[in-house]
Every structure is written in structure tokens, then in C-alpha cells.
Write a protein that binds this ligand. Structure first.
Ligand code: GDD
Ligand code: MN
Length: 381
């Protein structure tokens, strides 16, 4: 959209440099190992979006297959293409939010870079927003006329239905396909909601809609989910755990973060590990109680460390030597956590009948300390 047309130099004054207003639509493509798909994707967008002022923002989490380099190579010859390369971070939602916030266009679309989403729907989605009939247009596989086609295995289709039902019940989200990774939204809406959005997980749409608490005018358009051509899906079973974390966090009105919930769940699993290990050391190892208790604590801390490293801090996962250093700092953090726990419990414990209150206060204090300190020390940014 060139707003200041070149009026020529009939009057003798030099013609002004054309002033452009920047693209109207940004397409955010989160990528992880999509080097083969990105060039095809850009070609498809070029064809579909002719006549629209658009740009594409590839948000790559430092893919080992060199997706960001491929993206940059295209960008050098095509001003519509931009690449954000993120290092030390992983996560679909965070990548989408970062891409959206890097845009200055009025409208932003998020879609998979693997050609599973039907790009020919984009102009129709844009039309809804331009005409101000909606703030958010969701490409749905479940609305009349849409289908999951060949895109999902039957197991995943089944899981996807359960996840949908839960979202609809727990969060009052009335979308037919709240898991869709394909939507277009007024950028300002995301700017407003951004502080509440979780960078973790992959359910960015669900996060946006539930955080908006009914304030978005939503329109759903049907589409058929295509099959992946190159590469493989990155959404593993661990990712679904994250989803339940998001559901819980949102259900409880965001009082606690998804990360803290995960940390708490891992902590609870640590208690079970501790008790099993303690029993084994006592019975099979015939250890003295204090030694058995100490050894069991280390087993539980180690198991908590690995689970947190796999789940809670997936996006900052420590590997190699850094994992060993991390484990040692985690032991240190948790040892202080025990002191905090016992100290607070002792303060609260005035009457024997309130043992449970003291115990709970101590445990919460210990968990809060462990969480805060380990995020600052062990999994520091
Ligand atoms: N930057 C970044 N970081 N991108 C990622 C990451 C990540 O950690 N993980 C995945 N992606 C990118 C992929 O490269 C792809 O472009 C897109 O996100 C979707 O990932 P897939 O691995 O292809 O997901 P899927 O096809 O299994 O799942 C799709 O369908 C789900 C519903 O069934 C996605 O659209 C999901 O969002 C959707 O919920
Ligand atoms: Mn996919």
C-alpha cells in the first residue's frame, strides 16, 4: 500500500520517496526442523496472497537442520520474508507470541510451516477481519465442512476430542477446535493479552481465547487438515502433559503459573519416589533410618531434577556438563528448601492439634523456595 504516490517532477521539485505503511498482514510460521518445508510454504503464500500486502515471519528455535539459514537465504532475495532465530529456547506457544509481537501489521496469522494448513483460506480469513466481522478467525477442522482428513492418526483424533471436551467444559471455551494451530487475529488483541499468555506449551489459541474471557468476537471457518509431506511432528506425549498444566492454570484463574503447577506435580511425585526408596533402603539395604532417609532424599531429588528438566523446564533443558552442574545446584537449593520447610513449620506449630497446618505451611514454603531458587540458579535464563 503505497500512500504517497510518486507525483513526478512536473513542478520541478524532486519526487518524494514513496512512503509505505508496511504490510497489512503478517504470517507467523513457527518452525523446528522445517528446512524442506519453508521454501515450499513461502511459494504457496506468494501465490495465494497476490494483491495483499503481507510478510512472513519465520520463528525458528535454532533447528539443527538449518531452517533459519534456509529462511535467511530466501529473505535475502525476498523482502517479505523475515527470520527470528531463538537460541536456548524451545516451545511452540512462545515462538508464536514472539513472532506476533515482532509484527507491526494490523492483522497476524499463525500457521504451521509444514504445509498441513490450507493457505488458500488466508484471504477469506483476512476478509472477516477487514470487514470487522470478527477479532479472531479460527480455521477449524471440526466445524461443518472442515475435517481432520488424513492429517491425524486415529489415536490422535481420539485424544484431540477428549482434550477439546475438557477445554470446553473447564474453560467455557466454545470453539469447535480450540487446538487448532491455524488462526488470524487483530494484532492489538494479542498485545493486550500478551502479559497473561504462557510461553510454554503449544496451545496458543486456547491460551488467547481463555485469557480474553469472552471479549473476542470469534468466527470459525472450515478447512481440511492436510498430511505432512516432509519431516515429522514435534508434538509428543510430554506435550500433552503441558496441555493439562495449561488447563489447570487457566481454570484456577492464573493464580499460579503452569510452570509452578508442573514443579508442584513433580514435587508430589518425588514424595512417592522418596517413600519407595526409603522402604527399599530400610528393608533390603538394612540401613539405619537416618542413612536411609538421607539416601532416599537424594534419590527423590535426583528424580525431581530429571523430571523437571524433561517437563517443567523443557524449554531450558540442561544437557551434558550443564546438566551435572544443574543437578549439584539443585541438591543445594533443595537442602536449603528443607531448612525453610522445617523453619516455617516450627513457627506455625503452636498447638499439637494443628500439626497438619504447620506441616502444610512448611511444605508450601519449601516448594516456593525450591521453585524460586532453582529457576534462578539451576535453570537460569
Ligand atoms: N519455533 C518452534 N519451536 N516451532 C515449533 C516447535 C518449537 O518448539 N515445535 C513445533 N514447532 C512448529 C513445527 O515446525 C510446525 O511448523 C508447527 O510448529 C506445528 O508442529 P507439528 O509438529 O507439525 O505439530 P502437529 O502437526 O503434530 O500439530 C498440529 O496440530 C495440532 C492439533 O492436532 C499443530 O497445528 C498444533 O498446534 C495443533 O494443536
Ligand atoms: Mn504438523
Amino acid at each position: 500500500r503505497i500512500t504517497s504516490p510518486d507525483t513526478g517532477s512536473a513542478t520541478g521539485t524532486p519526487s518524494p520517496r514513496p512512503v509505505t505503511t508496511g504490510p497489512e498482514l503478517s504470517i507467523v510460521l513457527p518452525t523446528f526442523n522445517e528446512a524442506q518445508n519453508v521454501p515450499l510454504m513461502v511459494d504457496l503464500l506468494e501465490k495465494t496472497l497476490a494483491g495483499i500486502d503481507w510478510e512472513v515471519i519465520v520463528v525458528d528455535d535454532n533447528s539443527p537442520d538449518g531452517t533459519s539459514q534456509t529462511g535467511r537465504a530466501i529473505a535475502r532475495g525476498n523482502p517479505r520474508v523475515r527470520v527470528i532465530r531463538r537460541i536456548g529456547r524451545r516451545g511452540l506457544s512462545g515462538a508464536c507470541v514472539e513472532g506476533i509481537l515482532s509484527s507491526s501489521a494490523d492483522f497476524v496469522a499463525v500457521m504451521d510451516a509444514d504445509l498441513q494448513h490450507d493457505e488458500s483460506l488466508l484471504p477469506k480469513m483476512l476478509e472477516e477481519l477487514r470487514a470487522d466481522r470478527a477479532d479472531l478467525v479460527v480455521a477449524s477442522r471440526k466445524v461443518e465442512g472442515g475435517t481432520i482428513g488424513e492429517g491425524l492418526s486415529s489415536v490422535r483424533a481420539w485424544g484431540s476430542n477428549i482434550a477439546n471436551g475438557l477445554a470446553q467444559k473447564l474453560l467455557n471455551v466454545s470453539l469447535s477446535d480450540p487446538m487448532s494451530g491455524f488462526f488470524m487475529i487483530r494484532r492489538q488483541k494479542v498485545e493486550d493479552l500478551a502479559p497473561q499468555l504462557s510461553a510454554q506449551g503449544f496451545k496458543i489459541l486456547l491460551d488467547i481465547v481463555s485469557s480474553a474471557k469472552g471479549a473476542l468476537r470469534i468466527k470459525e471457518l472450515p478447512f481440511t487438515f492436510r498430511q505432512r509431506q516432509h519431516g515429522e511432528s514435534k508434538l509428543d506425549t510430554l506435550v500433552t502433559l503441558d496441555y493439562f498444566g495449561l488447563l489447570l492454570a487457566k481454570y484456577f484463574g492464573d493464580v499460579v503459573s503452569v510452570r509452578f503447577l508442573m514443579f508442584g506435580l513433580v514435587g508430589a511425585s518425588g514424595l512417592v519416589v522418596h517413600l519407595v526408596a526409603l522402604r527399599l533402603f530400610l528393608v533390603m539395604g538394612a540401613m539405619e533410618f537416618n542413612w536411609a532417609q538421607t539416601a532416599a532424599s537424594f534419590v527423590a531429588m535426583t528424580s525431581n531434577f530429571f523430571l523437571n528438566n524433561q517437563l517443567t523446564y523443557r524449554d531450558r533443558r540442561l544437557t551434558g556438563v550443564r546438566a551435572i552442574v544443574g543437578l549439584v545446584t539443585f541438591y543445594a537449593v533443595c537442602s536449603v528448601g528443607v531448612l525453610a520447610n522445617v523453619g516455617v513449620a516450627d513457627l506455625v506449630y503452636a498447638e499439637p492439634e494443628y500439626w497438619w497446618l504447620a506441616g502444610t505451611a512448611g511444605a508450601i514454603m519449601g516448594a516456593v523456595w525450591n521453585y524460586a531458587a532453582s529457576s534462578a540458579l539451576t535453570w537460569k535464563k
